[in-house]
Design a protein around this ligand. Sequence first.
Ligand code: ACO
Length: 368
Amino acid sequence: MNRYAHITGWGYAVPDQILTNHDLSLIVDTSDEWIVTRTGIRERRIADKKESTASLATDASIRALHHAGVKPAEIQLIIVATSTPEHIFPATACLVQDQIGASKAGAFDLSAACSGFIYALDMATQAIRTGSLDSALVIGSETLSRFVDWADRNTCVLFGDGAGAIVLQASEEPGGVLSSTLHSDGSGGDLLILPAGGSKQPANEFTISQNLHTIQMNGREVFRFATRVLVQATQDAVHKAGLNLSDIHLIIPHQANQRIIDAATRGLSIAPERVFINVERYGNTSTASIPIAVCEAAAQGKLNPEDNVVFVGFGAGLTWGASVIRWSSPFLTRRKIHPARYRLPARLRSFLLRLLRKIEGWIWGNWQ
Ligand code: ACO
């Protein structure tokens, strides 16, 4: 019997704090006119001190679970695609697992820069299609503002913070994720890099003085690469799904730069109305950009059951990839739980587990 992985819930979370192009022009030598004409970005969201990659991911996940009508305990796998994890370890996905109380889920982070959401979607889809699990939460979450050099006008105007999540569920009904194509080219790793903070260059006085804990980018090369691979990956994924471009209702590309998306739209010879763009309000939120765009496209009535949709992304690595999805609706079988009712049981569970661990440690220590 064939199994399919359907997207049955979606949610996003962005910080309230807005940083406009005008605000940026007070920090670096730039202007609203330059940023809008070169990137299409008008404003981006910036996390405050209380917000983090895990907290945004948790908020987005709760909304996605609520939308799907799925309880956290029904989720069997959590993947957080991120370039700005909370820590090197533990995985941000484990923090989300705890904060939503997904007591039966495995959890791990996936690092493929801005293509991470496409990679994570494919990993979870394969696990569902092979029968290894029935439901997964796939999240893209970032706090890039913490890794931006706020004195570098080449990069600081581009990025923003946010998170998006989807619930994937198994069904025998054909549809859901139809195909994916994933690619990489490590020879371009130096084009977009966060050089220090890993095992090669742990934090020290030199790395801090040289600003090596912030994003470094060769914008022109990344631009050239992006316009080429967005077209190729879209065509490959559509072909793999056994479809033609004319069968595709909507393309949701990684939101990095309006000009990159426009060039890809021309390269694919499709009408601009069939490509979803919201880069003007969020900037580049890396792994979160596609799931945030998915939520907004759905809210605007641009995603309807049976529509064929392409998600396509590119990013550091270099990495790129695309997926074709036949859109589904939530498989609602029961009344939805209010989002507020996800948090309290999760907090209580987490508190009791920590307490139990302390008691066990105390008993163990006294008996040795
Ligand atoms: N304001 C004003 N001037 C600027 C700014 C700014 N914010 N940034 C650069 N400039 C200047 C440059 O210094 C340069 O001046 P010069 O000619 O005197 O040297 C001039 O503008 C033109 O610079 P270019 O780099 O040629 O500008 P370009 O049109 O290529 O746009 C940009 C730059 C927006 C960065 C573009 O190259 C781009 O979007 N590249 C892709 C970046 C991207 O998408 N990265 C994310 C990938 S996904 C991931 O994994 C995170």
